[in-house]
Design a protein around this ligand. Structure first.
Ligand code: GDP
Ligand code: MG
Length: 162
């Protein structure tokens, strides 16, 4: 069976947009309104000749109530099912208490955890990216899932981790 990458994070940080960027096609459903549940979360991806499965955890998103607990549960599930985990954070917002809670869970992971700073549409956001070191998950990798900026470097790091 091919290795599995789970993409986790708060609603609206751009997980599904990033999954589509990884796939090179628009399959994961992008929502302007967060928290919409879907049935399908697993997609087949190919990068540099290697196949892997990407889990878009959007379908596990709860309503606003109990968000922190639900995102932590999402991270626990990812830790038990995936070979590597990608935590996506919105660099334009910075680390929220929910991001900190999920990072705390993921720091216990025996599997590799990568930190993606998404929505870095231009260079001016790089100072905000550096502040995400505070999550204790290593170097935040800047990406614009929308425009593709940084996605090649991110995918190289993902393949190294899988
Ligand atoms: P999810 O809930 O984490 O899956 O987030 P979505 O992928 O559904 O995206 C939520 C919103 O963020 C949508 O309006 C996206 O277009 C927007 N978005 C996602 N990635 C980027 C990005 O790199 N830059 C900007 N500016 N917006 C983004
Ligand atoms: Mg989504």
């Amino acid at each position: 069976p091919q290795p599995t990458l789970a993409v986790v994070g708060r609603p609206n940080v751009g997980k599904s947009t990033l999954v589509n960027r990884i796939l090179g096609r628009r399959e994961a459903v992008v929502q302007d309104v967060p928290g919409v549940t879907r049935d399908r979360v697993a997609y087949d991806a190919l990068w540099n000749g290697r196949r892997f499965t990407v889990l878009d955890t959007g379908g596990w998103e709860p309503d606003a109530q109990g968000l922190q607990a639900a995102v932590a549960a999402q991270a626990e599930l990812a830790m038990s099912t995936a070979d590597a985990i990608l935590l996506v954070v919105d660099a334009t917002v910075g680390a929220t208490t929910t991001d900190e809670a999920v990072a705390k869970v993921l720091r216990r992971s025996k599997r590799p955890v990568l930190l993606c700073a998404n929505k870095v549409d231009d260079e001016r956001l790089m100072a905000d990216v550096a502040s995400l070191w505070s999550l204790g998950l290593g170097e935040p990798m800047p990406v614009s899932a929308l425009h593709g900026r940084g996605s090649g470097d991110l995918l190289d790091a993902v393949l190294n981790a899988l």
